[in-house]
Design a protein around this ligand. Structure first.
Ligand code: NAP
Length: 255
């Protein structure tokens, strides 16, 4: 899926770039000539991603920490600024029903998906307004469209991130900032379900029998396409699922 109207050269911050969808997005943008500030907490993985590319800058940072976000902004400013912010860092912890909800899991999910995304966005808004053709893409989830049993904490965080994204689009349209939301369904990444469930065999069951779940590259392709389109074209909200997943609760699995 390659745009015939790509603008160049462009510069993005991509959060969550140490693995999964964020890493695939950073790599794909860089491959297509963008300068990318790659953000996550694990410096070693970011360094490995940046090594030898010449257009990926590793910026180890925790997006929930104000000092780290300020340092990220300073690094991007010194480098000449950005026109595109891609908020991908996030995740899920636990599948407990509300009756057994673990407050720490809920707090973690709200802090990263909602407050972290808000903090990075708030920091870069003045730069994106000044640019005149800014873009912000928030990677939420189909978990932000409908609740499911065992999903409440993640649903609540992604509904919140989605609500924030909708408000942002309204608030910043007068500043010509394009706000895109990408909502993936089942994506088989290395760490997402492992971090959510705590062990490898439980994580693999999430994808068991699904012939072709989405991959990080599938989602990155959609993200990259949407931010590379001419700035007046806004894909706005994009739901992306594997064909085998007709809805959150309807997944075809071979037995
Ligand atoms: P993942 O493999 O678990 O990657 C999450 C990324 O977020 C990592 O790079 C992680 O890096 C980073 N991160 C977490 N906390 C952070 C923090 N406090 N500060 C900075 N970076 C932080 O997840 P994924 O599967 O690629 O998913 C990426 C996004 O898509 C998430 O928002 C997720 O909720 C959403 N999503 C995933 C799926 C799915 O099925 N996989 C479906 C729909 C939506 P460090 O650990 O190095 O900090």
């Amino acid at each position: 899926m390659t745009s015939t109207h790509e603008q160049s050269p462009k510069t993005a911050v991509v959060t969550g770039a140490s693995t999964g969808i964020g890493e695939a997005t950073a790599r794909m943008l860089a491959h297509r000539g963008w300068t990318v500030y790659a953000v996550a907490r694990r410096a070693d993985r970011l360094e490995a991603l940046a090594e030898g590319t010449g257009n990926i800058v590793a910026v180890p940072a925790d997006i929930t920490e104000d000092d780290d976000v300020a340092r990220l902004l300073a690094t991007a400013t010194q480098g000449g600024g950005i026109d595109t912010l891609v908020n991908i860092a996030g995740g899920a912890r636990g599948v407990d029903h509300i009756a057994d909800a673990k407050t720490a899991d809920w707090e973690w999910m709200y802090r990263v998906n909602v407050l972290g995304t808000m903090k990075v966005t708030r920091a870069f808004l003045p730069m994106l307004r000044a640019h005149g053709e800014g873009t912000i893409l928030n990677l939420t989830s189909t978990a932000g469209l409908a609740g499911y049993e065992g999903g409440a904490g993640y649903n609540a965080a992604k509904f919140a991130e989605r609500g924030m994204t909708q408000a942002l689009r309204l608030e910043e349209v007068g500043n010509n900032i394009r706000v895109i939301e990408v909502l993936p369904g089942l994506v088989h990444t290395e760490e997402f379900s492992l971090n959510r469930l705590g062990d490898r065999s439980a994580a693999e069951k999430v994808y068991a029998g699904v012939e072709k779940p989405l991959t990080a590259d599938d989602v990155a392709e959609v993200v990259v396409h949407s931010v590379a389109l001419p700035h007046h074209v806004n894909l706005d909200e994009i739901v992306i699922r594997p064909v085998a997943q007709a809805a959150n609760h309807k997944i075809i699995r071979s037995s």
